[in-house]
Design a protein. Structure first.
Length: 227
């Protein structure tokens, strides 16, 4: 791990960001996308399903969903009730089933069955918010984006990189601090670190290696705003 001796000095955000970047590159040089998928369409659906649900749960459900249909044409031919039956274990299942069928039909009608490589067009799809669209842009089309999930929102506050007022502010702050060429990998690296080291309950801003390195004199827990 990169080590910087800044005890007793006033540290700029850019310096904290540099330590975060170097540390995460050492820990996770080639982070994999945590959602199982086969192509752009199945990743889009998997990310949609991950809202208010763990990736682990999504990965348990999607094999059966892909057996039902793994492309927009076939999915649009399925009844909403069939989709719901498969994804029922996940949170917000009725809403997600409705969105999956509707967006599949839109992909057929308006995009020749292809997932569009355009943020605005993605965000127009039912059930696809800014974070989901950002993940697809970054991981499918390699277009720089910085999707902010609950882990990233929490850690960015603990690391003094944002005030955490909302995820929009967090995303904007992180984009200013980190080089654009790092965004697509870095958002995955932060997620992995947040799951393995700086968890919601396991670290309060004073426990994990990065929190300790960034704020060696910090004694009180950090209260973070939720996403």
């Amino acid at each position: 791990m990169v080590s910087i001796n800044w005890i007793g000095t006033k540290v700029r955000k850019s310096e904290r960001a540099e330590l975060v970047l170097h540390t995460l590159e050492e820990l996770y040089p080639s982070p994999a996308i945590p959602l199982d998928h086969r192509d752009p369409y199945t990743l889009l659906i998997a990310v949609l399903l991950s809202a208010q649900c763990t990736d682990k749960m999504v990965n348990r459900v999607t094999p059966a969903l892909w057996d039902l249909a793994d492309n927009p044409h076939d999915m649009s031919q399925r009844d909403e009730s069939q989709i719901l039956e498969v994804i029922r274990p996940l949170g917000l299942a009725p809403r997600k089933a409705r969105a999956i069928r509707a967006l599949s039909q839109i992909l057929i009608d308006e995009h020749a069955g292809q997932v569009p490589a355009d943020m605005e067009q993605l965000e127009r799809l039912p059930g696809v918010g800014h974070k989901t669209a950002s993940v697809v842009m970054a991981q499918v089309f390699s277009i720089p984006a910085f999707p902010v999930d609950t882990h990233i929102h929490r850690l960015a506050q603990r690391w003094g990189l944002t005030n955490g007022r909302n995820v929009v502010r967090t995303e904007a702050d992180l984009k200013k601090l980190f080089p654009i060429e790092s965004w697509n990998t870095l958002h995955l690296q932060i997620i992995y670190y947040g799951r393995e080291h700086c968890t919601a309950r396991g670290c309060d801003g004073t426990v994990c290696q990065l929190c300790r390195a960034l704020y060696p004199n910090r004694k009180k827990p950090v209260v973070t705003n939720k996403a």
